[in-house]
Design a protein around this ligand. Structure first.
Ligand code: UDP
Length: 247
C-alpha cells in the first residue's frame, strides 16, 4: 500500500516487510528501482520534476527519515515505521548472500566502494561483491559504466551518488542494465567503508539521527534548515484535502 506524501507515493511498510517485498524482485527479468527519500528529497521534488518522475517510476519507495513520517502523520496516513535505505540495503545483502545473488557497488569517492565491499563481505558470510566503481564520472564514461556493471553479472546494484543524481541516473539507465534490483542509497558506501559513522542507537531511538548527522557534517545545515517546511506543506495539504472532501 502506497500513501501520497506531498506528491510522492511512499510504501507503507515495516523494515521486515520492505526486505520481503524487495527480495522478491531478486532474479526477475526487468529492473526494479528502490528509492529511499527523506524529507529533503520530498522538498526537492517540489521544483525538480525530473526527480519527482524518477521516484514515481520506482517499484519501491521507502520512508527514509522522521520528516517523512511526520508529514504522513499530519496527513492522517501514518506510516508503519522509518525504513532507512542504509539498513534496507544491508538487509537485502543478507538475503542475497543466501540466494547467491552478486552485488555491484557503484558510487562515492575512489577507494570507498572497495573498502565497503571488504567490510560487507566480512560481516555477511557468503556475500559476493562482483564489482565496484567510484561515483565521479563524465557523461561520456556512462556507457563504459553500464558495460562494466552488466559484464560483472550483478543481480543487485547499489547506486550511491547522492540525491537527486542517483534517482535520475537510475531512471535514465534502467533499460540498459541487466540487474534485477537497483537501490539509490546516498552515503551508504561511506558508512560501510567506515568513513562516516551512523548515530548511536539511543539517538536513532529518540528520532534524532538528523541531529547527529548535522553535528558530524555541519555543511548539511543549509539543506536541513528547509526540513520544517515539510510540516508546513503537510498541514496545507491536509486542509486542501479536507476542503475537497467536504465540497
Ligand atoms: N557522490 C558521488 N558522485 C557525485 C556526487 C556524490 O559518488 O557526483 C557520492 C558522495 O561521495 C557520497 C554520496 O554520493 O558518498 C552522497 O552522500 P550523502 O550522504 O550526501 O547522500 P544524500 O544525503 O545526498 O542522500
Amino acid at each position: 500500500m502506497k500513501y501520497n506524501i506531498l506528491g510522492v507515493n511512499v510504501d507503507n511498510a515495516t523494515m521486515d516487510e520492505a526486505v520481503d517485498t524487495v527480495s522478491q524482485y531478486l532474479g526477475s527479468k526487468g529492473c526494479n528501482i528502490v528509492v529511499t527519500p527523506n524529507a529533503e528529497i520530498l522538498l526537492m521534488c517540489e521544483n525538480d520534476h525530473e526527480l519527482a518522475e524518477a521516484i514515481q517510476k520506482a517499484s519501491f519507495v521507502c520512508a527514509d527519515g522522521v520528516g517523512v513520517l511526520a508529514a504522513a502523520k499530519i496527513l492522517k496516513t501514518p506510516l508503519k515505521e522509518k525504513v532507512a535505505g542504509c539498513d534496507l540495503g544491508y538487509n537485502l545483502l543478507k538475503v542475497a548472500a543466501k540466494k547467491e545473488s552478486p552485488v555491484f557497488l557503484f558510487g562515492a569517492k575512489p577507494g570507498v566502494a572497495e573498502c565497503a565491499a571488504k567490510n560487507l563481505c566480512e560481516k555477511i558470510p557468503g556475500l559476493t561483491v562482483c564489482g565496484t566503481r567510484d561515483g565521479y564520472f563524465t557523461p561520456d564514461q556512462n556507457d563504459e559504466i553500464i558495460n562494466q556493471i552488466n559484464d560483472s553479472g550483478a543481480d543487485i546494484l547499489w547506486v550511491c551518488l547522492g540525491a537527486p543524481k542517483q534517482e535520475k541516473w537510475m531512471a535514465e539507465n534502467k533499460d540498459k542494465l541487466r540487474v534485477s534490483i537497483m537501490l539509490g542509497l546516498g552515503g551508504s558506501l561511506d558508512v560501510y567503508a567506515g568513513n562516516v559513522r551512523r548515530a548511536p542507537d539511543f539517538m536513532i531511538k529518540c528520532k534524532a539521527e538528523w541531529l547527529y548527522r548535522l553535528m558530524k557534517e555541519p555543511w548539511r545545515f543549509s539543506r536541513m534548515i528547509k526540513i520544517p517546511r515539510v510540516v508546513k506543506l503537510a498541514k496545507q495539504e491536509l486542509k486542501r484535502r479536507e476542503k475537497n472532501a467536504g465540497a
